[in-house]
Design a protein around this ligand. Structure first.
Ligand code: GCU
Length: 644
């Protein structure tokens, strides 16, 4: 077994007077049998000498099912004599089992009374795995789902399903949203048997299987001459495709679709809109309870940089808000957290406040494409927390992002690396994402605390690693891109600084820096993006005076001597944060060095390598960004530090 068990690595607990355990289960649901297996397996690791018996056990676990809010709901009560688990369905019993095990590992055999229903009905992981085994924006090795065009299922797959279930994930799309290199064939007979085996495995763990499809599959797979969603032949083709797939593949949840985006085909080619496209597919999967998850990441990726009217940030809003209420009930729109593309800082996407009559879910990115690619430590959980808590003002109350979404999806950060996530520390993002989607009220610091305790035994290591994680996003933001402007990274690879790399390119990602000013005017005087928000956000973002500093350059173009709320000029803020950010990164690397011998060697060495790279890269960011702005503005650092 060449992989780590991450947070499921169970160590024995000492001095517990339990010699025998009984587990009785009245439920026949598949996920309940996984619950029994998990409990048995974990108890035999927690208490290596334990005997499993049918009766008279020291610790008795009873599992049953009763009607509840949802099949995923559960009640769990426990004390030091045993536990009673009641699930609304098999999945509920499984979640209760993982909750019990987690609590025992964290707190010992304590009294426990928990009733829980997951906050968000859909809690999804999206893999950008290609069928040849590569991963788009993957920083943790290769795909463990695909090898050379084949779908593989092995002990790693089982372990992965266990990880996902243990944090409450209930849906997984296994292939890249950019469906290419033969992945369009995933919906054909060629893959049905393997998909079904995977779907069955996932089903045991309460996870629905999703496939990304090629919108033009009627052409690429069906050899037809059109994929027009309003063409009856096309509709019939998809119906028979869905019929075949759902009858052959166990546990299939539906399709995830990237259409009319970055070169992917879509309904626009036929003069149709996204509702036409999504509803056509929705009708095909509806008889089987299937869902169509349709991405809103739609923009013109062939923009002319000279064009200052077109604004990529407005694009998804313009395409989708007029369609609110026009989607079938089994369509779910998937909206990225911000209007651009997973930058370290972006405003919350205005669509979250504009789709009251549509099923919407949020999309976040665990793969650290723009946040250091798992070579830099960057804990995203506080960012997710702030995002979920953000008020959209689309209703009188219940207006935060977490109120208006029916689910959340995250681009996976896993691959076939020993530790699954490139850096062991990046696993905190996966763990925390799941926990937060299951219970949207959890605090980032509590989740981090939980994760470090489940992952590392040594108390010093736990507190040092927590401290690094909780400060890591702030540090990363400081030494990289200032005040929400984004995109100062190297084109294509999205790693390392290149402040003008995207300035004259076609992607709609500009900072408009010159010797007088920096930032994009997205106010009512500029691209009018700020007007897409509901009041009072519209007014707040529209004015330089009230716009939060952290997003200043996203919304406004200001001179370098513009004063921020703390009295500092923009240019001085840029210098200060870049020096501070680098110092922070240095302090993380130093703190990590103290962990030698306190954590396992492999994790320690991997961390050392990655912190070295983070330091090299942070320094490069610091010096290039500072120099770039110094050369433009001609304004010296007040503190006289070295700028080139
Ligand atoms: C980003 C990313 C692409 C990805 C795209 C998407 O642009 O760089 O690799 O395909 O997002 O979310 O579809």
């Amino acid at each position: 077994m060449d992989f780590s068990e991450m947070w499921l690595d169970i160590k024995p607990i000492e001095n517990i007077d339990i010699n025998s355990v009984s587990i009785t289960c009245t439920s026949r649901e598949t996920a309940s049998s996984a619950a029994v297996w998990e409990l048995r397996n974990s108890f035999s690791r927690l208490l290596p000498d334990v005997r499993f018996t049918e009766r008279d056990a020291d610790y008795k676990i009873k599992i049953s099912i009763a009607p509840m809010d949802s099949p995923e709901s559960f009640t769990l009560s426990a004390d030091n004599n045993g536990a009673s688990i009641v699930g609304g369905g098999g999945a509920g019993t499984l979640y209760a089992a993982f909750t019990l095990l987690r609590d025992i590992r964290l707190n010992g055999f304590k009294t426990l009374n928990i009733s829980e229903t997951p906050s968000l009905p859909l809690r999804m992981i999206d893999h950008w795995d290609n069928i040849d085994g590569s991963i788009e924006r993957g920083y943790s090795g290769k795909s463990f789902f695909f090898v050379d065009g084949e779908l593989v299922i092995n002990e790693r797959t089982v372990q992965y399903a266990r990880f996902l279930a243990s944090i409450g994930i209930n849906a997984c799309a296994i292939n890249n949203v950019n469906v290419r290199w033969g992945a369009e064939m995933l919906i054909t007979d060629k893959y049905a048997e393997k998909l079904s085996a995977l779907g069955e495995l996932f089903e045991r763990y309460g996870i629905k299987l999703y496939i990304c499809i090629d919108f033009s599959a009627p052409i690429s797979v069906g050899k037809m001459d059109t994929s027009d969603p309003l063409d009856e032949k096309v509709q019939k083709w998809w119906k028979s495709c869905a019929n075949e797939l759902f009858s052959k593949v166990t546990g299939l949840g539906g399709f995830l679709v990237k259409a009319d985006s970055e070169g992917q085909p879509g309904p626009y080619a036929y003069g149709r809109n996204h509702a036409d496209g999504a509803n056509m597919l929705a009708k095909a999967v509806k008889p089987f309870g299937g869902k169509v998850i349709w991405r809103c990441f739609v923009y013109n990726c062939a923009q002319d940089w000279r064009d200052t009217e077109t604004d990529r940030a407005c694009s998804a809003y313009q395409s989708f808000s007029p369609l609110d209420g026009k989607f079938d009930d089994n369509v779910i729109l998937q909206i990225k957290n911000g209007p651009m593309d997973f930058q370290v800082r972006e405003p919350v996407h205005p669509l979250f406040g504009a789709m009251n009559n549509t099923n919407i879910i949020a999309e976040v990115q665990l793969a650290q494409e723009y946040t250091g690619q798992q070579r830099h430590v960057c804990c995203l959980l506080q960012m997710f927390r702030d995002f979920l808590d953000h008020r959209t003002y689309c209703n009188d109350d219940n207006d935060t992002v977490s109120d208006v979404i029916c689910g959340i999806a995250a681009v996976s950060n896993t691959g076939d690396d020993h530790c699954w996530t490139g850096s062991e520390l990046a696993a905190a993002n996966l763990y925390g994402y799941g926990r937060l989607s299951f219970n949207k009220t959890l605090k980032a610091e509590d989740i981090v605390d939980e994760w470090v305790k489940l992952t590392f035994e040594n108390n010093d290591a736990q507190s040092i690693i927590s401290d690094i994680l909780l400060n890591s996003h702030d540090a990363y933001e400081k030494y990289t891109v200032p005040l929400g402007i984004g995109w100062m990274c190297k084109p294509n690879v999205h790693y390392g600084p290149d402040p003008w790399g995207y300035e004259f390119d076609r992607w709609g990602t500009y900072n408009r820096a010159d010797r007088n000013a920096v930032g994009v005017d997205r106010s009512s005087e500029g691209t009018r993006y700020s007007l897409l928000y509901n009041e009072p956000l519209r007014t707040q973002y529209n004015s330089v005076e009230t716009c939060p500093d952290e997003l200043l350059l996203f919304f406004h173009r200001v001179p370098y001597d513009h004063k921020l709320k703390n009295g500092k000029t923009v240019i001085q803020h840029i210098y200060d944060t870049h020096f501070e950010g680098y110092e922070k990164a240095k302090s993380f690397a130093k703190a990590w060095k103290t962990l030698e011998g306190k954590i396992d060697d492999r994790t320690y060495e991997n961390g050392c390598e990655r912190f070295n790279e983070q330091l090299r890269s942070a320094k490069e960011w610091r010096d290039i960004i500072n120099t770039f702005f110094y050369r433009f503005s001609g304004i010296a650092d007040e503190k006289g530090r070295k700028i080139y």
